[in-house]
Design a protein around this ligand. Structure first.
Ligand SMILES: Nc1ncnc2c1ncn2[C@@H]1O[C@H](COP(=O)(O)OP(=O)(O)O)[C@@H](O)[C@H]1O
Ligand SMILES: [Mg+2]
Length: 275
């Protein structure tokens, strides 16, 4: 294993310590708020990136955030997991103010949140199977090989990669790498999934497959997801609700179909290329 990868393993292990902590229970059903963002502001130097972001995400919902590049979509996600601290406003996840959490509480929170970054975040020196075993042995500290095998097989089946378990990431297509990255994130069953541009760089057919997979994963694992994208087809397939981001604010929200009839010029511009 390369030195750089080993360093990342250790960082990941530390960041994801204490996984056995009890899961938060709540029986308020569908309307339970999982993420609540109010009047969020974030600037870098003189650049006001987030000006007034307001967003409420309920359990089990797929919310798509549509916006052009450089609008602060990734910054919003980084605020949600406490990687960036907002300048003003409140941001609550599972009803806790993220900026008020101490280091340990932040680690506990991050165990419940899965990310899918553009790269898929696989370790190149490991097979797909080893990549999937890693979070089980190092994060969840599972030692029973039969249990590990069962979880790996289940998630491989979910993402349609059963036959590729022993391949190296370099030998996979872009779409398969994305599936493997998704499997690696899902294997510890996060309550929230954050997808940052999940279809960028993929051809239209593979993009559609990944979008459909995101939708299937929501149904199968009942996760709450924020999907950041500028791929309209991905938004159409995955969204229960679409939020349009422009110039540091969320300017309009609704179902994909309802936004198609919007009178707002910016909203219209997103839909103008699709029929
Ligand atoms: N850590 C950072 N420090 C300084 N500027 C940043 C940082 N992160 C993002 N930005 C700036 O914030 C703006 C929004 O970035 P980002 O959230 O990545 O946009 P996008 O909507 O494409 O995801 C960009 O102008 C970017 O340069
Ligand atoms: Mg981004």
């Amino acid at each position: 294993m390369e030195e750089k990868e080993e360093a990342r393993h250790q960082a990941e292990e530390t960041a994801l310590a204490n996984p056995e902590k009890e899961q938060r229970k709540n029986d308020r059903g569908k309307t339970e708020v999982v993420i609540e963002i109010k009047h969020l502001k974030k600037s870098f130097g003189s650049k006001d990136v987030l000006k007034d972001i307001n967003l409420t995400v309920h359990r089990g919902e797929n919310v798509v955030v549509l916006g052009r590049s450089g609008q602060g979509k990734s910054v919003t996600i980084q605020c949600i997991v406490g990687m960036l601290t907002p300048d003003e406003g409140t941001l609550k996840v599972f009803n806790e103010d993220v900026s008020a959490l101490n280091e340990q509480e932040l680690k506990d929170l991050r165990i419940k949140i899965g990310f899918l970054f553009q790269s898929g975040a696989l370790y190149d020196s490991m097979t797909v199977r080893e990549n999937l075993e890693f979070p089980l042995t190092r994060v969840l500290k599972i030692k029973d090989q039969a249990d590990i095998d069962k979880r790996v097989e289940e998630v491989l089946d979910s993402v349609g990669l059963t036959d590729s378990a022993d391949k190296m990431p370099a030998d996979l297509s872009g779409g398969m790498r994305k599936r493997a990255g998704l499997a690696r994130t899902l294997i510890i069953k996060p309550e929230i999934m954050l997808y940052d541009e999940p279809t960028t760089g993929l051809d239209p057919i593979t993009s559609r497959e990944i979008s459909e997979l995101i939708l299937n994963m929501q149904k199968k694992y009942k996760t709450t997801s924020i999907i950041i994208t500028h791929d309209m087809e991905c938004a159409r397939i995955t969204a229960d609700r679409v939020v349009i981001m422009n110039d540091g604010e969320y300017i309009e929200e609704g179902t994909f179909d309802s936004l198609q009839n919007s009178k707002n010029k910016t909203v219209k511009s997103f839909f103008k290329d699709i029929s």
